[in-house]
Design a protein around this ligand. Structure first.
Ligand code: FES
Length: 137
């Protein structure tokens, strides 16, 4: 009986040690794992017909609102979050610029501030057209 209890406790200590070791190693292994699978998951594909020439659409890219504009110069994608206080910008087709309705911030299609209080340009998002799809990322 005594031998059985000792054997059981030794087994329990080993199992607890292995579980603790796995708990420490798992995040480390995730850190070392190649990112290729997660990078492809971070691209966003939009059907080209959803953004016709001259129009724009706001989509979520990596959890952030992103405005995709089908401009004369080609496809453009920028963060849709105004760098002033975080309102969403909208596409002003007639003026060919992005406009923030909160405090009249204005940006060109490179993200540069044209007017209003925004302190920084809108960050660019990589975009390309492949076949009949718009690919962000
Ligand atoms: Fe855009 Fe103020 S939040 S101009």
């Amino acid at each position: 009986m005594k031998e059985t209890r000792r054997h059981f406790l030794a087994w329990l200590v080993r199992i607890t040690g292995l579980a603790t070791l796995a708990g420490f190693l798992y995040p480390f292994i995730l850190y070392l794992k190649p990112l290729s699978s997660s990078i492809s998951a971070q691209t966003v594909e939009i059907p080209l017909e959803e953004v016709p020439p001259g129009e724009a659409k706001i989509v979520s890219y990596r959890g952030n609102p992103t405005i995709v504009v089908h401009a004369k110069e080609g496809m453009v994608a920028l963060s849709a979050v105004c760098t002033h206080l975080g309102c969403l910008v909208r596409w002003e087709k007639a003026r060919g610029e992005l406009f923030c309705p909160c405090h009249a911030g204005r940006f060109d299609l490179t993200g540069k501030v044209l007017g209003g209080p925004p302190p920084r340009p809108l960050p660019k998002v990589p975009v390309k057209v492949v076949g009949s799809s718009i690919i962000l990322g």
